[in-house]
Write a protein that binds this ligand. Structure first.
Ligand SMILES: [Zn+2]
Length: 326
C-alpha cells in the first residue's frame, strides 16, 4: 500500500479525536480481596486498609478498600483480548489507528505517560466499566526514537451504578524508527555504516562520578560515610541514617542472577536482540540492573554466578555488563 502524504495522514488521524476507541471495557470480575492481596504483594504495599478487613473497618473508609492505583487493572482485557482478538473488528478503532500509522512507516510504539484521578475508593463488589476515547493526537514530533505522533486516550471509569469513580489519561508515541544515515567514504562510495548509538543514560550531579568510574573500568558502590550502608543507584542521602556524607568502594564484580526479563520488542537502535535485562546481586550486598551477554535466554538460571565485564557498546559508551562466570 502506498504511503499517504503527511497532510493526508494528519487529516486522517485527526478524524479519530473525540471518538470512542470501541466498545467499553467491562471488568471481567468485580473488585475482589484476592486480586487486591496479589497486587499489594507484587508492589510491596502493606497498608492494612487494603489487606485486613478489621483494620479497614476501623479506618475512615469503614471497610477494606482497594488501592486506588489498581483502578485500570480491574478492566484490563489482557494483551490478547485487547490487541490480537480484536484485529479486523472494525469497531476497534485503536487497532485501526495503529495499523494506519504502521502502514505509513510509523511502526514503533512506546508508552510515555499515564495519569490517573480518583473520585472515590473502590471496595470489593464494585464492578467497573471503562469508556475510552481518543483525547488528542499531536502534530508530528521529532523524538530521540524517531519522528512520530503522540496519541492520548482518556479512560473514564464508571461503577455498577454508572457513577464516575475515576479517570485516566494514557499516552503512547507511535514513531518511525530513526534510520541510520549511510556514511560516505572519501572516494564517494558508501562506507560501512557505524553501529547506531544507544539512548544515553541520564547523567547529572548525583551520578556523574559513578559513570566516570565506569569509564576508568571500575564498578563503584556508594557507601554512607556515617553508618557504612552501601547503596545503588547513586543518590544524595542515606536511607538508613539520612546522612549526606558518602564515599564509595570498588565492587569485586562478582554477583549472582537475582531476576531477569528478556526483551524482544520494541526494538530500539543500538541493541542486539533479544536483550537479557537482569537484576544482579553483587557480592557486596547491593543490586544493579544490567544486561547479560555471552548467554542465551535458555541458559539463564536464578542465582547463577555472574562476572562483571566492561563493554564498549557503541562508538563511545562503555557499560558495566555481566556474563556467566566460568
Ligand atoms: Zn547512613
Amino acid at each position: 500500500m502506498a504511503e499517504m502524504s503527511r497532510d493526508e495522514l494528519e487529516s486522517a488521524l485527526q478524524k479519530y479525536v473525540g471518538q470512542e476507541i470501541g466498545k467499553p471495557w467491562v471488568a471481567k470480575d468485580p473488585v475482589n480481596v484476592a486480586m487486591i492481596r496479589h497486587f499489594c504483594a507484587a508492589v510491596g504495599d502493606t497498608n492494612p486498609v487494603y489487606l485486613d478487613a478489621a483494620a479497614g473497618e476501623r479506618s475512615v473508609h469503614g471497610a477494606l478498600v482497594a488501592p486506588p492505583t489498581m483502578m485500570d487493572a480491574w478492566t484490563m482485557p489482557g494483551m490478547g483480548a485487547a490487541w490480537v482478538h480484536s484485529e479486523g473488528e472494525p469497531q476497534d478503532r485503536q487497532v485501526e489507528l495503529h495499523r494506519l500509522l504502521s502502514e505509513n512507516g510509523y511502526t514503533g510504539v512506546v508508552a510515555t505517560n499515564q495519569e490517573q484521578e480518583y473520585e472515590r475508593y473502590l471496595r470489593p463488589g464494585d464492578r467497573l466499566t471503562a469508556h475510552i476515547v481518543f483525547d488528542a493526537i499531536s502534530e508530528q514530533k521529532a523524538t530521540p526514537l524517531g519522528i512520530g505522533y503522540f496519541i492520548t486516550t482518556k479512560y473514564t471509569f464508571l461503577d455498577q451504578n454508572q457513577e464516575r469513580v475515576g479517570s485516566m489519561s494514557f499516552r503512547v508515541l507511535k514513531y518511525k524508527p530513526a534510520q541510520q544515515t549511510q556514511p560516505v567514504a572519501e572516494d564517494g562510495k558508501p562506507a560501512a555504516p557505524s553501529k547506531p548509538r544507544r539512548i544515553r543514560p541520564p547523567m547529572g550531579h548525583d551520578n556523574a562520578w559513578w559513570w566516570n568510574a565506569v569509564k576508568e573500568g571500575e564498578l563503584r558502590i556508594q557507601r554512607c560515610a556515617s553508618c557504612g550502608t552501601l547503596r545503588h543507584p547513586p543518590r544524595p542521602m542515606c536511607s538508613v541514617c539520612r546522612s549526606v556524607e558518602w564515599d564509595s568502594i570498588v565492587s569485586s564484580g562478582k554477583g549472582t542472577l537475582h531476576s531477569h526479563t528478556v526483551l524482544h520488542h520494541p526494538k530500539f537502535p543500538g541493541f542486539d536482540y533479544p536483550v537479557i535485562c537482569a537484576l544482579v546481586d553483587l557480592e557486596e550486598g547491593t543490586r544493579i540492573v544490567s544486561n547479560i551477554i555471552d548467554c542465551t535466554p535458555e541458559e539463564l538460571k536464578i542465582d547463577m554466578p555472574l562476572t562483571l565485564t566492561f563493554e564498549k557498546v557503541d562508538d563511545e559508551m562503555i557499560l558495566p555488563l555481566f556474563r556467566p562466570a566460568k
